[in-house]
Design a protein around this ligand. Structure first.
Ligand code: HAM
Length: 423
């Protein structure tokens, strides 16, 4: 049985084949994500991987809706695997926001599902670090979130030579659109269609973009000129100033080419890319001040902003820059059971050590001592020990530290202390 295309199996290291996905690398990425989010005062939340289809069809926009894994369940409900976390977060916040002080700073590490055309950096399932701030309209929140994005990437050892945050604003594009829609040839109700064309500028041919823009009454030249100007709006200038004050100025630049594909963004938007332009976007986000209101049917109105960073491109980038640590599983100790009459006593000792927090393993079935020893070394055990009965009937432990193989003899009750002393 093959797994589905675009889905991944994660194996423990060392990997049998370099093309496989590493469970250790995934864990490493999760740990950095969590640690950085917590350093910024974000709290972890989660929601269900399966949601009512409607949660996504009205809110996320056409592109993501075309990629939904949706079906009718046995209770005749139309449901979808979550393609993104933001609508779930908006629902959760709207339901219980009164119990949380604002601004709410939350993060999650969901697995998401999109029926995408498979390509480099894009699969049909991925894990995404989501960090969002809800209930704060001040631009300081936008700067704080971008700072978190920068520091998350820096926590992996990436520098300004490796990545850049391209900062833009839907407001700037909206103004551009409105100014021209006052002229009769541009329709005033097609801003979302216009945004989609801008979002795809880098991925479509100039002729295709020109044709689509022409249908709305725009020329590709005027669009390109606006992008080239790159003049920061007042809000972008404030964010740049805030980031520069924190020493993060070199990681950000204004780039109006970014507008974001999702329909719900309302203000500042941004994406993180590798500087050399080899990979797809590492992360993307922005302000979505109307989504909580929309999802709560008008009951709760809170400004919000956030970003999502996928594990797929990040891992490709870390591999390319040689920034992944070497993953070596290790045990604190391996118990050699050479005398089967001492298996019961050995088990007691093993469980005591595990209870005290040590990683301990042993041979589940009787085995020759050289075989047990070999397994201990294969498992990268820092110690081996075995129980022995002295001539006077007393139990002692022979403990060896590796790789030196220096042996000491100790009392079973003192083994845990000896293991830490030896570290
Ligand atoms: P998004 O731009 O659709 O935003 O996704 C964010 C990141 O997730 C992308 O930059 C990319 O790293 C990763 N990603 C997306 N799709 C795939 C895929 N098919 N395979 C691998 N990686 C992928 C959102 O999802 C927004 N909900 C983020 C957000 C949170 N905005 C506000 N809060």
């Amino acid at each position: 049985m093959e797994r589905l295309p675009g889905f991944r199996d994660f194996y423990p290291e060392p990997l049998p084949h370099p093309g496989l996905w590493s469970a250790d690398a995934r864990q490493f990425i999760f740990e950095q994500w969590r640690a950085t989010a917590q350093r910024y005062g974000f709290r972890e939340y989660d929601g269900p991987p399966l949601e009512p289809l409607e949660l996504f069809t009205t809110k996320s926009g056409d592109e993501i809706v075309g990629q939904l894994y949706n079906f009718t369940d046995k209770g005749e409900r139309t449901v979808a695997l979550r393609p993104e976390m933001t609508p779930t977060l908006a629902r959760m916040v709207a339901a219980h926001e009164r119990n949380y002080k604002k601004p709410i700073k939350w993060f999650a590490l969901p697995q998401l599902f999109r029926y995408e055309r498979q390509q480099k950096g894009r699969l049909r399932e991925h894990f995404q670090f989501n960090a969002d701030i809800i209930g704060e309209s001040d631009l300081a929140a936008d700067a704080e979130l971008i700072a978190l994005l920068i520091d998350t990437l820096r926590s992996f050892g990436l520098t300004a030579k490796d990545f850049i945050i391209r900062l833009s604003s839907r407001n700037a594009w909206q103004e551009f659109y409105d100014a021209r829609s006052q002229k009769s040839e541009v329709r005033s109700d097609q801003a979302h269609v216009f945004f989609q064309i801008i979002d795809k500028l880098e991925r479509e041919t100039p002729d295709e973009s020109k044709r689509k823009l022409g249908l709305l009454g725009f020329s590709l030249d005027e669009v390109n000129e606006f992008i080239k100007s790159g003049t920061p709006t007042i809000e972008l200038a404030a964010i740049l100033k805030n980031l520069a004050a924190g020493g993060l100025g070199e990681f950000v630049r204004v780039d109006y080419q970014v507008i974001r594909g999702l329909a719900y963004y309302t203000g500042v938007v941004f994406e993180a890319f590798d500087v050399q332009g080899e990979f797809r976007a590492i992360a993307g986000g922005g302000r979505y001040d109307n989504l909580v209101k929309l999802i709560s049917g008008g009951k709760v109105n809170l400004p919000a902003l956030g970003f999502g960073m996928g594990d797929v491109v990040l891992l490709e980038l870390l591999k390319a820059r040689n920034l992944l640590p070497k993953f070596e599983a290790a045990l604190d100790a391996f118990c050699l059971i050479e005398d089967e009459t001492l298996r019961t006593e050995s088990l007691k000792l093993i469980h005591d050590l595990r209870g005290a927090g040590y990683a301990v393993d042993y041979s589940l079935t009787p085995a020759k001592s050289d075989k047990q020893f070999k397994r201990a070394l294969e498992l990268n055990s820092r110690h081996t020990f075995k129980l022995e009965r002295t001539e006077t009937g007393e139990l002692v432990v022979k403990l060896k530290k590796h790789p030196a193989r220096k042996e000491i003899i100790t009392n079973p009750l003192e083994l845990a202390a000896k293991l830490s002393a030896e570290e």
